[in-house]
Unconditional design. Sequence first.
Length: 137
Amino acid sequence: MNKNKNSKNMNHGKHINKRIIREKIEKKKGCIGILIMLLIFSSPLWFYRGIMHEIVLPIWGEKSKAVLSGTMRPRPWSGRYGIPHYSYSFYKNGKLYRKDSTISVEDTLYHLGDSVDIIYLESIPSINACVSLKSER
């Protein structure tokens, strides 16, 4: 009879341990799922910038000129005292493309109407980047 009680207690202990282990595994799966979702939702920001502007455009991009045509307001995340940047524009196939140049309006080397070097994809001109640097001028 004593053996039966001990075996029941051991089986009960095994069930508790399995339940605790199962709960820990489910908790880890939940944390991993949250991390994966964060990566999926945040990755396009750095993925697009890194792949398109640093790899694709320099290899397959077409070089051209654009004109500093206006200013763009600072991004909301740049803080209260964010500095505006010049925007550049260029025509391709009769369509106007305009984008932020990341050249500060406080930069005395550049003014509205100046031409800047850009690089864009021939098949998708909306994918473009300003490649003029302050040191090049």
